[in-house]
Ligand binder design. Structure first.
Ligand code: DC
Length: 215
């Protein structure tokens, strides 16, 4: 029997690292859905497409292909993985992921990818929209300061910690107030606040919760 683990939560909560490690431990597949939204954002920025270009976005989505192999993400056949964490993409991914046509396309793709295999997916709407019947649902969070600090340590941004925290608060606000599939804990998701937990402690806690919910 295959099963789905939904891992939702705001940026910097450690979802991706946790999901990758859990997938390895449980010997199941992992899909980082945030990277899919980031890849589409890269494409739109490359083409000079803005949030007001609704019709052009629809046309562009018709031909756009995305695939994921060995953790690398291919956009129209090109490996774009290394570009996806830039400040420019991070700044623009919120409006791209608030677009209804983009969401429709990526949600369909996510469901197709995880159809017949056990998967852990991380994102914002996995437990609420993409897989509302997921066997396990977690909502991972931490304080905005701690999340900014984690981003700072990743050393992928030109921002200082205060600027990173401001950007994180702004993005949380935008993601949780958007009309379609806002960032929101599913009613039946287990809340994990890991502000004061290490990655290993968080993994142990998640595994313990899964045991209590055993298949
Ligand atoms: O997890 P991340 O920071 O890489 O996600 C990038 C953006 O994509 C984030 O602003 C919210 C959006 N996103 C989303 O709307 N739905 C998802 N399932 C995953 C990400």
């Amino acid at each position: 029997m295959t099963y789905i683990i939904a891992m939702d939560g705001p940026s910097g909560s450690g979802k991706s690292t946790l999901s990758e490690m859990l997938a390895e431990k449980l010997d199941i597949e992992y899909l980082n859905t945030g990277l899919m939204y980031r890849a589409v954002t890269k494409r739109f920025l490359d083409l000079g497409i803005g949030h007001e270009d609704g019709e052009i976005i629809k046309e562009e989505l018709k031909d756009l292909t995305l695939s994921i192999e060995n953790g690398k993400i291919y956009l129209n056949g090109e490996d774009v993985s290394k570009y996806l964490r830039s400040d420019d993409i991070t700044k623009n991914v919120s409006w791209v992921s608030a677009n209804k046509d983009v969401r429709e396309k990526l949600v369909d793709l996510q469901r197709a990818i995880a159809k017949d295999t056990s998967f852990i997916l991380d994102g914002r709407d996995i437990g609420t929209v993409v897989f509302p019947n997921a066997k396990y649902k977690f909502y991972i969070t931490a304080s905005s300061r701690i999340r900014a600090l984690r981003r700072y340590k990743q050393n992928e941004s030109d921002f200082d910690i205060d600027e990173l925290e401001e950007a994180i608060i702004a993005r949380d606000d935008y993601d949780s107030k958007r009309e379609i599939s806002p960032l929101k804990k599913a009613d039946d998701a287990i809340l994990i606040d890991n502000s004061n937990l290490s990655i290993d402690e968080t993994i142990d806690l998640i595994l313990k919760k899964m045991d209590q919910h055993a298949i």
